[in-house]
Design a protein around this ligand. Structure first.
Ligand code: ADP
Ligand code: MG
Length: 398
């Protein structure tokens, strides 16, 4: 892959100690892992290195122990889940640096896999302390980063160590970088972005970055109300950040200059109460009553937005178009997601989506597998959409 070394470039790893930064920050309840998506994502890299005879040493953080040991945030709690997914034994090493780490590593054989204790038990991790990164690097021969989701942070195990050992992108990192490059780095035009969600305030930088990069910016969700208000629409009781109307106007202006078309809904679904299946009306945006809330994009706009996607070759999507958790306000999100999925299956669209609620919405629509790529990276995905440098990715560049 251009600009990065991957496992294709790593050479003979037999008997070599490979420190692999993975994401094991999994949700737990009653001592059990409730979602092992992140563990499964790391498997191709772990299996490949283990099969090639490397000694695979997994580095990860877990929770926010803030630089101190805390048994409730020990990675020993996730070891059974890692064993379940990998299908064979995995050792636990009670520290990631120093004598504790080295003694644990010394007994391992080629092909073995071990989880090392929470990197955040050391204050040097989050401070990216050079002495901590040195200590990490002493434990291994090579470094592989397979945790895109942690790459927006310049920490010892994501950034510092990459300057101290030969550094490679793992398979999950490689897939993520390729997808993000195809979506915004070097996309086929025309490019459409869908940005939705509750508030403009959480996505100002995303919108600012996108207007300079995409041909069509589709704004939905609660944040569309602020843009509608900026255009003089009375949005009634809708979620609306009236103090950001100036920001919305500035985004309209830069879109104009950049040749980016902003699409706002012209019909919407409104209700007087925000509850499952309340009485609703579908109205033109100029017909919202003072006691009504906009909770979804309307059917005419959905049809028009689908037509926009049909003219595009690339789609990047963050944020649902409506309050999709509450029926029937999932309608627009589900419909547009299905259109995007169908265009992707036909081969006319490259579609990349990310964001916690966005992933949930695509799963709810039953189309997550039909998108070209769905990122579960959360904060790192958003910072990438904001056009910010990701220290953990930059440290891997050759
Ligand atoms: P993501 O996690 O994918 O980045 P966000 O957290 O920005 O997405 O936004 C998701 C939230 O936006 C959802 O909880 C959804 O209910 C809310 N939302 C979408 N449209 C509206 C709306 N019209 N009014 C209120 N909330 C909305
Ligand atoms: Mg969210």
């Amino acid at each position: 892959m251009a600009g990065f070394k991957t496992l294709d470039d790593i050479g003979d790893v037999t008997g070599k100690k490979v420190l692999v930064r993975v994401d094991l920050n999994v949700p737990m309840s009653d001592g059990a892992v409730t979602d092992d998506t992140r563990i499964r994502a790391a498997m191709p890299t772990i299996r490949e290195l283990s099969d090639k005879g490397a000694i695979v040493l997994l580095l990860a953080h877990f929770g926010r122990p803030k630089g101190a040991k805390n048994p409730t945030q020990s990675l020993s709690l996730v070891i059974d889940a890692v064993i379940d997914v990998l299908g064979h034994s995995v050792m636990f090493i009670p520290d990631c640096i120093g004598e504790g780490a080295k003694a644990g590593v010394a007994v391992l054989a080629p092909g073995d896999v071990a989880v090392m204790e929470n990197t955040r038990f050391h204050p040097g991790e989050e401070k990216n302390d050079p002495a901590f990164a040195d200590a990490l690097a002493e434990v291994g021969d090579l470094y592989v980063n397979d945790a895109f989701s942690a790459a927006h942070r310049a920490h010892g195990s994501t950034e510092g160590i990459a300057h101290r050992l030969p550094a490679y992108a793992g398979r999950a990192m490689e897939a993520e970088l390729k997808a993000l490059d195809a979506a915004l780095g070097n996309p086929a035009h025309p490019v459409a972005a869908v940005v939705g969600g509750a508030k403009v305030s959480t996505k100002i930088d995303v919108l600012r970055n996108l207007v300079g990069r995409v041909d069509h910016l589709i704004i939905g969700g609660g944040m569309a109300n602020t843009f509608l208000a900026a255009r003089g629409v009375d949005v009634g009781k809708s979620l609306c950040e009236h103090d950001l109307v100036e920001t919305a106007n500035a985004i309209f202006d830069s879109a104009d200059k950049a040749g980016c078309t902003i699409h706002l809904p012209y019909d919407v679904v409104v209700a007087k109460q925000f509850a499952p299946n309340p009485p609703t009306r579908t109205v033109n945006v100029h017909e919202v009553a003072a006691d009504e809330m906009i909770l979804d994009v309307g059917p005419a706009a959905i049809e028009a937005l689908g037509d926009v996607l049909k003219t595009c070759r690339t789609l990047v999507w963050n944020g649902p178009l409506g309050a999709f958790e509450t029926p029937p306000f999932d309608t627009a999100t589900v419909a547009l997601a299905r259109t995007a999925a169908a265009l992707t299956r036909e081969g006319s669209l490259t579609s990349v989506a990310g964001g916690g609620d966005t992933v949930a919405a695509l799963n709810h629509a039953g189309v997550a597998d039909d998108f070209t790529f769905v990122s579960t990276a959360g904060g790192a995905f958003l910072e990438w959409m904001e056009g910010k440098p990701l220290p953990g990715v930059d440290a891997l560049r050759v």
